[in-house]
Design a binder for this molecule. Sequence first.
Ligand SMILES: *[C@@H]1O[C@H](CO)[C@@H](O)[C@H](O)[C@H]1NC(C)=O
Ligand SMILES: *[C@@H]1O[C@H](CO)[C@@H](O)[C@H](O)[C@H]1NC(C)=O
Length: 226
Amino acid sequence: MPIRYHHSSRVLHAFLMFWIFLSCFPGYTLSAVVTLESIEIYRTHEWLKDPKVYFHCKDENRTRLPDVKKAHVVYAFNGQESWQPLTEFPGTKCKRCGLYEKDTIKTDDTFDEWEFCPSDFDADGKYNRVKAKEFNATFLCVQCVPKAAASNSANPAPDSHHGGKGVHVALVILISALVSTVMVVGVVMAFKYWQKKKRDQDQARFLKLFEDGDDVEDELGLDTVI
Ligand SMILES: *[C@@H]1O[C@H](CO)[C@@H](O)[C@H](O)[C@H]1NC(C)=O
Ligand SMILES: *[C@@H]1O[C@H](CO)[C@@H](O)[C@H](O)[C@H]1NC(C)=O
């Protein structure tokens, strides 16, 4: 009986651990990494030297884009460059970010500054930002997709919305299946335990009856001797 009890508590423990793991599902608590996929600048603000272009989000470090030196050239990146990623989104909140060019004499020039949001990214995890006469950049954030769908119900991209819903439905089904499995296992164990207890009781009663019978026989034996 103690072994059985131990076993059932272990099942419950494993289930609890799994549930805790699920509640930490990526896309809800893990941060989403943003990388630069491609960029083309349409102009430089510096006349004599190569431009020093950098990406910067408020309260974060600057990210220099060392390869971007000429206007009207498309620079493509694979996301593994030494200066990547550009930033991270810890939740669904937007950040104030921009693309700038370092200026040696006066304050740095701004290509563009905008509210950068996880919900900007489409179903493929891409976000293309174009500013006329300034630049065209494509950002990549694969983990932003379910986040955007979950946070922004007015999201115009139906594909990403469906993707987020699919994950939710799958989770609900998985959890329901787990809960029912644990319940069935619990009921079976309780039944088995009850069965064993009943059998033990029956056995005890039978033995007792047998002993009682012996007594009766002894008494009878005595009787015959007398
Ligand atoms: C910014 O850079 C400094 C030193 O280079 C580093 O210690 C710090 O962790 C960086 N902060 C972020 C948010 O990356
Ligand atoms: C911006 O760049 C992307 C990727 O290189 C390209 O597909 C898109 O057509 C460009 N958009 C404009 C307006 O140049």
